[in-house]
Design a protein around this ligand. Structure first.
Ligand code: NAD
Length: 706
């Protein structure tokens, strides 16, 4: 059995210490140890109270996810443990020394009292894995906090600091000294005062007021459509809490929670979300980099370019407490960039999510400069100037001359040839790509681009810096567009082809929105501005791609997108809601006619395949070429950088769920019909289908080599 619980006696207090390093998940040995320890203490007349605490850095970090899917479980079941704890006539005190998440917090909720270290985070994050707190959490939390707070806590799944948990009534006390000693003192106090127990199941004063309050639940349900659209677990949580509030029978509530939990366990979203969870962790491991590689010491950053990306990247450094210089060759742009940063922070302050003091500290870490040479005190420099290879080469040539020996030189290019950029320096081994996503201070994804010459230390440092900056780092090979943008090209091109062939922008966008992305490709283009691409094409004498004919003609008519109220759609004054526009539709029909496309009807299913399967095929090519290391890395890129719904697991996982043989058959059909190269099945896809395998099995084999 995995993990154990130590039993000690401190006078009349039994002390149960959970020992399952590093974070004490509820593995078999922990459950059995808690069961045995509590039974022993209850049966020992010399014991009057029980304190449960965790060794190492956590109280209990949650369930042992590695046991999910196991057919037979060892050790006592969690429900048995909770039952014996909750029926104890001797008071049990949870001394929450560190993280108490999920099942860990649910164990604490079966104790009579809770004392927490001020630094201990607590929460019920199950929803993030497509689950609900299935060990009584949905029934007990509302009884402590009231319904609204409980719903917000369980549906968000976000952790909270112990002092906030105190304010919400989840813990009774914050330790002022050593958590263990304070927990034991608290137990003695309770014994001295008569050993009262306090079972959460018997409390109802916080919930009776909302009994029968259907409006409250309707409000939450309506809100879920905005915050958790398409997700299964949050609606199940709502049902659980509704039962907790509306029934007197606590055990009936637990039974309903168990049913709804089982439905979550069986739901495909659960598997997809767990895949995303593990894929993000796996992405950080680069198989051919030695694990104990010494990293470069990064204490200060430098950023070239104070535009959209440079400003956001500078904020990432400041948010991580690292000083950062920001240089722009254009004084006006530099001033504007710093003003945008200050405005972003000020908005966060006005929303109460950052103190003014903290904002001031972060702003003080961001040091603007108009002198290029000042960049040289950075241990890392990230270039974020215009997307122009010659310009980037020039900048890297200059950086090479001023940056200290050993500094990491990174480019934020969206897809230019990193090796060409590195070749402009005398130290290509210190160059790599660090491709942030917009807005850089918000988006979690970072593609670390591996150049031909990038040294292992450079790559490992960039990956680890990403982590310090709060990002999920994924390694990508140096190919046009790297992972994310290279794949996106196939998606947007197919969307553009379909409107030439007879689908409407609104139809395509609706299919993508219903699939779970925040918006479809045409609404997205309108938001970004159609004129950006149009102007760029004009500068190089235009493009003969059929897919740009429509946006070019829309721009010729002054339809730039949201910015001037008309693009593929029209927008009412001050509104961002896209409305179909006959004028744009007429442009589309005319261009399609001129190019000789037959108009036909599209089913939603076909639209979805035409948009998503190019991602899959290009993703498979990236794997085949070694430009992406795992299918899970590609999924991590799409979920964290492109708003792909995590609950379908990312494009590669989604393809697995559709059956790769079906996906391949559809691609072959599209290839025959359109002759478009994007549909030429990748060799890897053909091989996997032939062998009856999928992308997940490929990743399992890759990860097993480590
Ligand atoms: P931007 O136009 O907002 O900002 C570019 C800044 O670079 C401007 O302030 C400009 O004055 C400055 N600049 C130009 N030449 C310079 C020079 N020689 N020295 C110093 N500064 C100079 O551009 P952006 O959107 O921030 O994009 C920057 C880079 O990031 C590009 O390579 C782009 O492809 C990449 N990128 C952009 C996004 C995005 O969504 N905007 C996302 C990922 C990556």
């Amino acid at each position: 059995m995995k993990g154990t619980v130590h039993y000690d006696q401190r006078g009349e207090v039994a002390l149960l210490s959970i020992d399952n390093p590093p974070v004490n998940p509820l593995s078999s040995g922990v459950r059995q140890g808690l069961y045995d320890g509590v039974s022993r203490a209850i049966g020992d007349d010399s014991i009057s109270a029980i304190v449960v605490t965790g060794m190492h850095r956590a109280f209990i970090a949650g369930a042992d996810i590695s046991e999910f899917g196991a057919s037979a479980r060892e050790g006592a079941g969690l429900h048995e443990v909770l039952k014996i704890m909750e029926s104890s006539t001797k008071p049990i005190i949870a001394a929450i020394n560190g993280t108490a998440f999920g099942g860990g917090l649910e164990v604490a909720l079966c104790c009579d009292y809770r004392i927490a270290a001020a630094t201990a985070p607590v929460g019920l994050p199950e929803v993030k894995l497509g689950l609900l707190p299935g060990a009584g959490g949905t029934q007990r939390l509302p009884r402590l906090t009231g319904v609204e707070t409980a719903l917000q806590t369980i549906i968000s799944g976000n952790p909270m600091a112990a002092p906030d948990a105190l304010a919400m009534g989840i813990v009774d006390r914050i330790a002022t000294g050593d958590i263990l000693e304070d927990g034991i003192s608290m137990a003695r106090e309770i014994v001295a005062a008569g050993s009262a127990t306090r079972k959460i199941r018997d409390l109802d004063e916080k919930i009776v007021a909302d009994r029968g309050n259907t409006a409250l639940f309707e409000k939450f349900e309506a809100n879920l459509n905005k915050t958790h659209r398409g997700q299964f677990a949050p609606t199940q949580i709502l049902k659980c809490v509704e039962v907790a509030v509306n029934t007197d029978d606590f055990d009936a509530g637990l039974a309903r929670e168990a049913e709804l939990f089982a439905e979550c366990m069986a739901h495909p979203q659960r598997e997809a979300l767990i895949h995303v969870f593990f894929a993000e962790r796996a992405a950080g491991k680069i198989l051919d980099l030695p694990k104990d590689l010494p990293l470069l010491k990064i204490e200060r950053g430098s950023v070239v370019g104070a535009g959209t990306m440079g400003g956001g990247i500078a904020m990432c450094f400041a948010n991580a407490g690292m000083p950062v210089r920001v240089y722009d060759k254009d004084a006006e742009n530099l001033a504007r960039g710093i003003k945008v940063i200050a405005g972003n922070y000020a908005r966060t302050v006005s929303r109460g999510r950052l103190s003014q003091d903290e904002m001031d500290k972060r702003m003080a870490l961001i040091i603007p400069t108009e002198n290029f040479d000042d960049l040289n005190d950075g241990d890392v420099v990230i270039e974020a100037v215009y997307e122009n290879l010659d310009l980037k080469k020039e900048i890297f040539g200059r950086l090479d001359k001023i940056m200290k020996a050993g500094a990491l030189l990174a480019s934020n290019t969206s897809g230019l040839d990193l090796d060409a950029i590195a070749a402009a320096t005398s130290r290509p081994e210190q160059v790599c790509g660090m491709h942030f996503f917009s807005p850089a201070n918000v988006m979690r994804l970072l593609e670390v681009v591996r150049g031909e010459g990038s040294s292992p230390a450079t790559l490992a440092t960039a990956m680890s810096l990403g982590k310090r900056l709060g990002k999920v780092s994924v390694m990508a090979g140096n190919c046009p567009g790297f992972i994310g943008n290279r794949m996106l090209g196939g998606y947007t091109r197919q969307a553009s082809m379909m409107i030439l062939e007879g689908a409407t922008p609104a139809q395509v966008d609706k299919v993508i929105y219903d699939f779970g992305l925040a918006m479809g490709p045409f609404a997205m283009n309108d938001m970004v501005g159609l004129d950006l691409g149009w102007r760029a094409r004009k500068m190089v004498g235009g493009s003969n791609q059929v897919t740009v004919r429509i946006p070019d003609e829309l721009c010729e008519l002054g339809r730039y997108g949201q910015k001037n109220g008309k693009g593929y759609y029209r927008y009412e004054e001050g509104s961002r809601v896209p409305l179909p526009d006959p004028e744009a539709d007429a442009v589309i029909a005319r261009v399609a006619g001129e190019l000789g496309y037959q108009q036909r009807d599209f089913s939603d299913a076909e639209i979805l395949k035409r948009c998503i399967y190019p991602l899959v095929n290009i993703g498979a090519k990236l794997l085949e070429e070694g430009h992406a290391l795992r299918a899970g890395d590609i999924d991590t890129v799409y979920v964290n950088g492109y708003g792909f719904p995590a609950y379908v697991g990312g494009p590669m996982w989604y393809a697995d769920t559709q059956g790769l043989d079906n996906v391949l058959a559809d691609m072959e059909g599209f290839y025959k019909e359109t002759g478009d190269e994007v549909w030429k099945p990748s060799a890897l896809l053909l091989k996997l289908v032939k062998e009856g395998r999928n992308f997940a099995s490929l990743d399992a084999a890759t990860n097993a080599t480590n």
